[in-house]
Design a protein around this ligand. Structure first.
Ligand SMILES: NC(=O)c1ccc[n+]([C@@H]2O[C@H](COP(=O)([O-])OP(=O)(O)OC[C@H]3O[C@@H](n4cnc5c(N)ncnc54)[C@H](O)[C@@H]3O)[C@@H](O)[C@H]2O)c1
Length: 436
């Protein structure tokens, strides 16, 4: 049976490579639609957990993982020879930046090489990792061709960007339309047929490059708009105008405006990183990405601006930051998730400690700060008791997890610096709150 018919008749076996925030939910969708699915990862601990029916991501329930495991059509493995058993290979590995803010596609390259252990004729390989235009065609395909097989003849490649928004109550993997792009009609038919099985709507584009660029446009749009609103925050703050009030008022315009919210800086695996994939690629074409650079400059400056607000706030209490005890709330990059990647909280801790502050943190979902790409801060989350809170000179809200009892926190804190407007509904002790 040819691959297209296999997909259409739910007989294709799916392989998901990289079982993290993107790969795991995607894999589960295929299992839940009845596709035999194998998950591949180099991290043996994840493989053991999944085969034991355990979740390692906060917003993916143990119950759901257990059902997937009990389905008998799912298995996780570290053995890449088993790639030969699958018909469609979906690659969801990380795409970070190097120390010099250049694309690090080594995970994609290593995955391509690992696939050679089992690559065979009539397979579809779809890259899902966010990356610069040309990665699928010019980087991944040639590695796969080292097998001796010919791309778009013996096997097919495509790109389909991931739009996962962890813990978004309105959208999940299944309900977010998915862009699919490939450079031959047959590969486009394959990738479209595949995702139509599990996603409400697929959006075909004419090439893998167009699909890669689509993802970058989406994230650059966010980065630029967040930078704009962060700049507005700094200007309006100087004028004594509350940016949150202004955003809420502007949001009532039913057309031509879309709210973005300021914060302590950009976080997460995508928005602070992906734009620089385009910046790097644009250099090859002798082009500068001015909007991206400017947005990056403003957004990376935000933690410094926030720390200056902490310094000013302490000053009003006749305290210097040097020697002050500061409790930072939230290590995850956004509310209600357990993912600390690129979280501005790390930068905030670093700057304040450089200035002589003693900084502790609390995050109910990040009990211990992990080793990060740029940071190795050894700290454990402290408990949010009245006694603990009152022992600090300042509480800095970096991430506004919903579980935080803000009335309680403000009541017991000496001073609260709030970067998220988290305390908007706190009525008592407002004189202790400084927005930043
Ligand atoms: N997390 C998000 O919300 C999100 C949203 C949209 C796009 N993305 C993009 O999706 C991609 C994956 O991101 P993520 O958040 O799922 O990352 P992640 O770190 O959560 O997961 C990646 C997984 O890949 C595994 N891995 C690394 N190298 C491997 C290899 N050679 N072979 C097999 N497995 C390997 C890791 O062990 C890990 O389990 C990135 O390109 C990211 O930019 C992420």
């Amino acid at each position: 049976m040819d691959l297209l018919s296999k997909i259409k008749e739910n007989k294709a076996v799916i392989g998901v490579v990289g079982l993290g925030y993107v790969g795991l939910p995607l894999l589960m969708e295929f299992v839940e639609q009845g596709f035999k699915t194998i998950g591949f990862d180099i991290d043996g601990r994840k493989v053991i957990k999944l085969n034991a029916g355990q979740s390692y991501i906060k917003h993916i329930s143990e119950d759901r993982v257990r059902k997937v495991r009990d389905s008998k059509i799912f298995e996780a493995t570290t053995d890449f020879k088993r790639i030969s058993e699958v018909d469609c290979i979906l690659i969801c590995v990380p795409t970070p930046l190097t120390k010099h803010r250049e694309p690090d596609i080594s995970y994609i390259v290593n995955t391509g090489k690992a696939l050679l252990q089992g690559l065979r004729k009539n397979q579809l390989v779809v890259l899902e990792s966010s990356t610069y235009p040309g990665t699928t065609e010019d980087e991944l395909k040639p590695i796969l061709e080292e097998s001796g097989l010919k791309g778009d003849v013996d096997f097919w490649v495509a790109f389909s960007p991931e739009r996962e928004d962890p813990n978004n109550p309105k959208f999940n993997t299944r309900t977010i339309p998915k862009v699919v792009g490939a450079n031959t009609q047959y590969a486009r038919d394959l990738v479209q047929a595949l995702y139509e099985k599990v996603i409400v709507q697929t959006v075909p584009v004419s090439s893998s490059q167009a699909a890669e660029a689509t993802k970058l446009l989406e994230n650059i749009f966010r980065s630029v708009n967040i930078a704009l609103v962060n700049e507005m925050k700094m200007i309006l703050d100087r004028m004594g105008i509350d940016v949150w009030e202004v955003i809420n008022a502007a949001s009532t315009k039913p057309f031509g405006y879309m709210p973005f919210y300021p914060g302590p800086g950009l976080g997460g695996h995508c928005i602070p990183i992906d734009p620089f994939y385009l910046t790097w690629k644009a250099r090859e074409y002798e082009m500068n990405t001015k909007f991206i650079e400017l947005a990056g400059e403003i957004n990376t400056g935000m933690p410094f601006w926030v720390v200056n607000k902490v310094i000013d706030a302490l000053n009003l209490h006749k305290k210097s930051i040097n020697g002050s005890k500061i409790l930072l709330l939230g290590a995850a990059y956004k509310k209600d998730i357990d993912d600390p990647r690129e979280s501005p909280s790390f930068k905030l801790i670093e700057i304040m400690e450089e200035k002589g502050a003693h900084v502790d943190y609390n995050d109910p979902y990040v009990p211990e700060l992990p080793d990060m790409r740029m940071y190795d801060i050894k700290k454990k989350s402290v408990e949010l008791t009245a006694e603990n809170i009152s022992a600090y000179d300042c509480v800095l809200i970096s991430t506004d997890h919903s579980v935080y009892d803000l009335d309680f926190i403000v009541e017991h804190a000496k001073l609260v610096v709030d970067t998220r407007n988290a305390t908007k509904e706190v009525l008592k002790n407002r004189n202790k709150i400084v927005k930043a």
